[in-house]
Design a protein around this ligand. Structure first.
Ligand SMILES: [Zn+2]
Length: 273
């Protein structure tokens, strides 16, 4: 496809997944850690906003805690999604796992959540013990995606669902920007999905697709103005001053380029038959 900072990007002609050469050799997401979780505490309002959006989509797909409340948030980070999910209006009983010790401590001690510090593939969860598994901006960072899919299938109860937020490399925005698309960020982002590649990974003999929607990515005003800085410095400085005056620098803005998607799949029992 193209080269970037010494990484060669390739894409599979059959399943449409893109990656950089060597991504398949990455064994542990811990090695990728320093590049993740910037500003997780200051961005809390934005993360919570993103969380509520995913919870609403689950609900629209008929996935509600009243039909089984056990939810596993893979790569739960500081726990803002879990914390929102546990609110009475949603009613989930969330459990989380993450490899980053700092965010796990925050989730446990600041938010009082039940979080395990572990890779998803190594975590000692029992088969069939979850109604829902969420991977929000996580799948693209997890090594060994085939095993991740198999483990998710095994951990869900019959009829359980998985919800995935990731980027769509076949979106208009991604195609328009080519190799300048901001999502191409080796080495922490291993996999670059499309509708097709997700449908192959969560194949129709094992999973029933429930939803595939472009979902806004919520970003902080601070993040947006710093991203604008290189493209439009004057506009960025006006924006920054405006938001400083209104004290809204932590306000969430929807990023709606259409390249961020939410996909929901349901464990299909035909595979067990
Ligand atoms: Zn492939």
């Amino acid at each position: 496809m193209f080269s970037m900072r010494g990484y060669d990007f390739v894409c599979c002609e059959w399943c449409d997944l893109a990656m950089y050469r060597g991504a398949e050799q990455v064994e542990s997401s811990e090695a990728l850690l320093p590049l993740r979780y910037p500003d997780y505490v200051t961005d809390a309002p934005v993360r919570r906003r993103q969380a509520r959006q995913a919870l609403r989509w689950l609900s629209r797909a008929g996935v509600e805690a009243s039909r089984g409340p056990h939810l596993l948030d893979v790569g739960c980070a500081a726990g803002f999604f879990m914390s929102e999910a546990a609110r009475p209006e949603y009613g989930w009983k969330p459990l989380g796992c993450d490899v980053n010790g700092d965010v796990v401590s925050y989730a446990r001690y600041a938010l009082g959540l039940d979080v395990l510090r572990s890779e998803f593939l190594d975590a000692p969860f029992a088969a069939g013990s979850f109604d829902v598994i969420t991977m929000l901006s996580v799948l693209q960072h997890l090594p060994r995606p085939r095993q991740v899919e198999q483990r998710a299938y095994a951990l869900l109860r019959p009829g359980g669902v998985i919800a995935i937020e990731t980027w769509n490399r076949r979106s208009l925005a991604a195609r328009g920007m080519g190799s300048h698309w901001h999502v191409y960020a080796p080495p922490s982002c291993l996999w670059y999905h499309s509708h097709r590649s997700l449908s192959v990974l969560f194949s129709s003999d094992r999973w029933k697709p429930l939803r595939y929607v472009a979902a806004p990515k919520w970003i902080s005003v601070r993040h947006a103005t710093s991203a604008m800085k290189s493209a439009a410095p004057r506009l960025a400085s006006v924006a920054r001053r405006t938001f400083r005056v209104t004290q809204a620098s932590r306000t969430a803005l929807p990023y709606v380029a259409g390249d961020h998607v939410l996909a929901i799949f349901q464990r299909d029992e035909r595979a067990a038959a």
